[in-house]
Design a protein around this ligand. Structure first.
Ligand SMILES: [Ca+2]
Length: 445
């Protein structure tokens, strides 16, 4: 049944038509108040309209893209020298929650939060690269904290390197504190006036009206809310789930799995790499963690030979081929690398210095890794490509994910819903669930 999703004839003809008409930019949308599985909904839309609705949102994305492309973090003191771009975000931040987070609070790592929330704060004097920092034990909003720091010190602290982070931790004792980082929603000011603190409340109002400007989303939302009892409806988006080992291993043991209960949960539709502490969970690939590479004693010479006789990208290819043929993933030498890196950087390091990120093929390999890592959270080679597809073949560029867990279980394909009660935000469900859906058609006749 799901095979229809990949029907190449349908995709080609629809895509050609869409590309020529550009109809997703201003489609008619139709709510179908009948609960169907995603494949059935797709078939219905294709037979009666063009396809399940695609939210590429070009019209409104000029608003949305404007919103995101003008994100411009600044230091309160205006510092823009070396270190001004230093960052230390928590892996899931900044998340601009409720479109209302323009200031930064830290407890070692950084979170964007509402500027009107109240935290203690850290001021500084001296230079930004090596400041003296002062913890102020009073709960204030970010603007009030800024005012206080400016009157009594230089400003809220600017964080330009890890040493400043450590200084703050020493002074603030790992409490949540304001730092000087914030961003001005300057694109909301039609007259171009500067962001000022007394205007802060009206910024919230501007943001609210901004949601109204997002016309196309609203058209879709209006269609859902005015017609449907159900808040969740299918749209045309789906994703295929295809876990792979970094080294391309596909032999016996390649399908071994060791997921933690409730994982992989594809949180916020953003987790494509796998972290391990004995058991596995999916995590954002941009998260920085230790990692485990592997090698095979027998393979060293072979790799040396292959490097000698091949060049550049072909080296990786020959490694993979050789690995598949020797099966050394079944009994690898594993190496704990005591450095925090993103998954792609860890992969590069392992490929340059060993064979690859480790492939887990059986319990024995898990034990080897545990022995080496002594309980550290580590990247392994397992990962998957984003694989987001619109039913009509449109490119996946715009997204509007809800911050929820998307249970993958052992599904091979998941389908997306948009929720009118969540401001149109998206999440994934099993394609076999039954929900109403939204089709689209071309405006002119
Ligand atoms: Ca997860």
């Amino acid at each position: 049944m799901i095979r229809r999703v990949y029907d190449p004839v349908i995709l080609l003809s629809k895509t050609l038509m869409i590309v020529s008409t550009g109809s997703q930019l201003d489609p008619n949308v139709f709510f179908v108040n009948s609960s169907e599985t995603w494949p059935v909904a797709q078939k219905y839309c294709r037979e009666n309209y063009v396809d399940l609705v695609t939210v590429t949102n070009i019209k409104s994305s000029e608003v949305w893209m404007g919103l995101y492309s003008t994100i411009d973090w600044r230091w309160s003191d205006g510092f823009s020298g070396v270190g001004a771009n230093y960052s230390n975000w928590r892996s899931d931040q900044p998340d601009f929650y409720s479109a209302n987070e323009f200031c930064v609070a830290v407890r070692n790592i950084w979170l964007d939060v509402s500027c009107s929330s109240k935290w203690r704060f850290v001021c500084y004097t001296g230079s930004q690269l090596d400041p003296e920092v002062f913890f102020v034990n009073s709960y204030e909003t970010w603007p009030v904290a800024q005012k206080y720091c400016r009157e009594n010190y230089v400003d809220l602290v600017t964080v330009t390197n890890i040493k400043v982070v450590e200084k703050i931790n020493r002074e603030a004792g790992y409490l949540f504190v304001w730092i000087g980082l914030h961003r001005a929603p300057n694109f909301f000011w039609s007259d171009g006036s500067n962001f000022t603190f007394s205007n802060w409340d009206s910024v919230d109002n501007e943001l609210n009206s901004m949601k109204v400007i997002c016309a196309q989303n609203d058209q879709l939302l209006d269609t859902i809310t005015s017609n449907g009892q159900s808040s969740e409806v299918w749209m045309g988006l789906y994703s295929t789930i295809d876990w792979r080992w970094s080294d391309g291993f596909s032999g016996v043991g390649a399908n071994y799995s060791n997921w933690r209960h409730g994982q992989p949960n594809f949180h916020s539709a953003a987790e494509f790499c796998v972290l391990v502490r004995n058991i596995w969970f999916d995590e954002r690939c941009s998260y920085k963690r230790h990692f485990v590479c592997y090698n095979g004693e027998k393979m060293k010479n072979q790799i040396f030979i292959s490097i000698k006789y091949n060049h550049s990208v072909r080296i990786l290819l020959s490694k993979t081929q050789m690995i598949v043929s020797t099966g050394s993933q079944l009994d690898p030498e594993v190496f704990f690398v005591n450095s925090y890196e993103t998954w792609p950087v860890a992969q590069k390091y392992c490929r340059e210095n060993y064979v690859d990120l480790v492939t887990e093929t059986k319990n024995k390999v898990v034990e080897k890794i545990n022995n080496e890592t002594e309980g550290s959270l580590v990247w392994i080679g397992l990962h998957r490509a984003p694989n987001f597809f619109w039913s009509d073949g449109s490119n996946f560029t715009f997204s509007n994910w809800d911050s929820v867990r998307n249970k993958l279980n052992s599904m091979k394909v998941i389908c997306a819903v948009t929720s009118s009660t969540k401001g149109g935000r998206w999440k994934f469900l099993s394609c076999e669930e039954k929900l109403p859906f939204v089709c689209y058609s071309i405006l002119h006749g």
